[in-house]
Write a protein that binds this ligand. Structure first.
Ligand SMILES: NC(=O)c1ccc[n+]([C@@H]2O[C@H](COP(=O)([O-])OP(=O)(O)OC[C@H]3O[C@@H](n4cnc5c(N)ncnc54)[C@H](OP(=O)(O)O)[C@@H]3O)[C@@H](O)[C@H]2O)c1
Length: 314
């Protein structure tokens, strides 16, 4: 089955595509066309967020694809995320995203990061203190945000709820209080940052992993890693195909971002990695872990200990 058509099951019973289209850092003026192009090319999941500042264009791209008659709203799995300044006002955050997207509902709504940035601060998204530091409300408990999230499915404005950037420690704090188990944990994931302890816990609890920055984010730095090049050579494909395909045997959904038409299309062509390939990529990860060279590419400078072992000494 072509990767774009492959799906996994969420704990809500929904089907979620194995491959999704990312929209972070997709520049205004490019992202509308990119989303419409991606949907026509075969992607059936679009991942966005209020914080990306481009949901109106993502919505325009969706509208363009729907208007073309190529697909209907119910054919696309749309994801949005509540930004950290809205973590005490999650329904307002969702309403704002829906308005920008021009939709009545999203399929999945995530807590983008488990912290509260001052909702009454000097900026809607990135409030700062007079000394230039991020304006963080440190007394806030992320579990309280989740208790608000649990009210959203009943509104019909999202079909499922989940989290993002949750470490094992944060999940263990959350789960005893959860009436609804998150459907998803969206985390940075690739051979240089396998985060196996989170992946294993999520699998045990029925939480689906969505892997972000699979190429190492901006510029795709992982595409030059030797073990990735070796697997790519064996299959006669480009390194990006190996890095995206890595997640399918792991049972995870992978998000690929590009605003470049050839790459958008190229990223749809995943390969079936065999047991030797998986072993080689896992050995690469294990070696990096032993040498303490695991690499996290996306880590906003919040100055908060989120419980990730590779970031335990901020
Ligand atoms: N939850 C979170 O906190 C979080 C954080 C980060 C990302 N995400 C989500 O995950 C998505 C993917 O992650 P990401 O955007 O950080 O990075 P990524 O998908 O790992 O990499 C994107 C970069 O790789 C380039 N690229 C894409 N396909 C390529 C190909 N086939 N060959 C060569 N270069 C290629 C893109 O360039 P061009 O666009 O110029 O073609 C862009 O510079 C995001 O867009 C977002 O939706 C979520």
């Amino acid at each position: 089955m072509a990767a774009a058509q492959k799906t996994f099951k969420l704990n809500t019973g929904q089907d979620i595509p194995a491959l999704g289209f990312g929209t972070w850092q997709a520049e205004p003026g490019k992202v509308e066309t990119a989303v419409a192009y991606a949907l026509k090319a075969g992607y059936r999941l679009v991942d966005g967020a209020y914080c990306y500042g481009n949901e109106d264009e993502v919505g325009a791209g969706l509208a363009e694809a729907f208007a073309s008659g190529a697909l209907r709203r119910e054919d696309v799995f749309v994801v949005s995320k509540v930004w950290a300044t809205y973590n005490t006002r999650v329904e307002l955050g969702l309403d704002k995203s829906l308005k920008s997207l021009g939709l009545d509902y999203v399929d999945l709504f995530l807590v983008h990061w488990p912290l509260l940035l001052n909702p009454n601060g000097n900026d809607d998204k990135f409030p700062k203190l007079p000394n230039g530091e991020r304006d963080i409300i440190r007394s806030h408990n992320h579990v309280d945000t989740w208790k608000q999230m649990e009210k959203l499915p009943a509104t019909g404005k999202t079909r499922a709820i989940g989290v993002s950037n949750y470490s094992k420690r944060y999940l263990e704090q959350l789960l005893p209080h959860a009436t609804i188990v998150p459907a998803v944990n969206q985390i940075e994931n690739h051979p240089q940052l396998p985060q196996q302890e989170i992946v294993d816990l999520c699998r045990e609890k029925g939480i689906h992993i969505m892997a972000y920055s699979p190429l190492g984010s901006t510029g795709g730095p992982l595409m030059t890693a030797e073990p990735v090049l070796a697997v790519a050579k064996k299959h006669g494909v480009k390194p990006a195909a190996v890095l995206l395909s890595y997640h399918i045997p792991r049972g995870s959904t992978v998000l690929a971002k590009s605003v470049t038409p050839e790459r958008i299309k190229e990223n749809l062509a995943l390969v079936d990695l065999d047991a030797d390939d998986v072993r080689a990529l896992d050995a690469y990860s294990d070696g990096l872990a032993r040498e303490r060279k695991l690499r996290r590419y996306v880590y906003p400078p919040f100055g908060v200990e989120f419980g990730f072992p590779d970031k335990s000494n901020l």
